[in-house]
Design a binder for this molecule. Structure first.
Ligand code: ZN
Length: 322
């Protein structure tokens, strides 16, 4: 049985996995990402690591359908190139596909990291293999990927699924994209803290979180959610505002796509069931009746494995379509 290789390229580590064509992980490992000298060692290190591990496990290129990879930056899927991946120090065009195919003798497929994570969760995680799944990741930024009618949606210029830049507050905080009030400005880890600091200014009730903020202590999104779990009044007001914004964005996504599931992942989603309930309340408010009863909000299930699993699926999807 031919296998798949999935690669999740990130700014601190490169994760690898060998998987069955059904998406079960057989082996996984990772290496540090060497971003020195414009990241020139990243691709050679990936090639060496693959060849080394194939040797180690007694495999040759013939045992595999191919390699799939998720990458930060702007990805050209046809040419297999990446540009503008600043956390890798890749400012200029990187011919990733050409180099990896030459170095491993395997067909190579690439997509951006958020899309690949969406494929992973859609295939083997909370999406349960459904044909319509939207993935929203709440981390240092807010990313997303859309699978509709079984296909990952890329759009005209590959910018489809930029869920973090749905505007939820037209006169809101400035965003890195140049706009104001994008979901990312209020629903990322730093966005939650910003909401907390702003709401704290007006808050007059009794709150331990307010004491932390007023005392100049470092506050994280986890601290905000932990205080909300303990019933802190300010924290509850902050997380309710967060649920409102995320629920508004999810309601609009759901009205357009009516997916089986909107899957929420990333560090902020560690808030768990409380988050599902809170966002669900606003999804019910903003979603169209038939959408409300058929689209579910779910928590991501694969954690760090979503990237390698989704990346590997690029190799099987692409070989099937040939
Ligand atoms: Zn934006």
């Amino acid at each position: 049985m031919k296998k798949l290789i999935g690669i999740d390229l990130g700014g601190t580590s490169v994760k690898f996995a060998i998987l069955t064509p059904d998406g079960e992980i057989l082996q996984k490992w990772s290496i540090d990402t060497d971003i020195q000298n414009d990241g020139e060692k990243i691709v050679p290190n990936i090639i060496d690591s693959i060849n080394h591990h194939l040797d180690l496990y007694g495999f040759t290129a013939k045992n595999f359908w191919g390699i799939g990879m998720g990458s930060p930056g702007i990805v050209d899927r046809q040419k297999g190139t990446v540009i503008g991946a600043y956390n890798l120090n890749w400012r200029t065009l990187q011919p990733v596909k050409q180099l990896i195919e030459a170095g491993t003798n395997l067909p190579f497929y690439i997509d951006n990291d958020a899309n690949v994570a969406a494929l992973g969760e859609g295939w083997k995680g909370a999406g349960e293999g459904g044909a319509n799944v939207v993935f929203v990741t709440l981390g240092t930024g807010v990313g997303g990927g859309v699978i509709a009618e079984g296909k990952l949606i890329h759009g005209k210029s590959g910018a489809a699924g930029e869920i973090g830049h749905i505007v939820v507050e037209p006169n809101g905080y400035p965003c890195t994209c140049g706009n104001h009030g994008c979901l990312e400005t209020v629903a990322s880890a730093t966005g939650v803290v910003r909401l907390a600091q702003d709401i704290a200014v007006e808050f007059t009730g009794d709150s331990q979180l307010k004491q932390l903020i007023d005392g100049g202590q470092e506050v994280t999104s986890k601290i905000v959610f932990d205080h909300a779990k303990q019933g802190d009044q300010l924290a509850l007001a902050v997380v309710d505002k967060f649920y409102f914004y995320l629920g508004l964005a999810c309601g609009n996504i759901a009205n357009i796509l009516n997916p089986e599931a909107i899957v929420i992942g990333g560090g902020v989603s560690a808030a768990g069931d409380m988050l599902l309930k809170g966002v669900g309340k606003y999804l019910n408010k903003f979603a169209f009746p038939q959408v409300r009863t058929s689209t579910k909000i779910k928590l991501a299930q694969l954690g760090n494995d979503a990237g390698v699993i989704g990346a590997a699926s690029l190799a099987i999807l692409s070989s099937e379509s040939k």
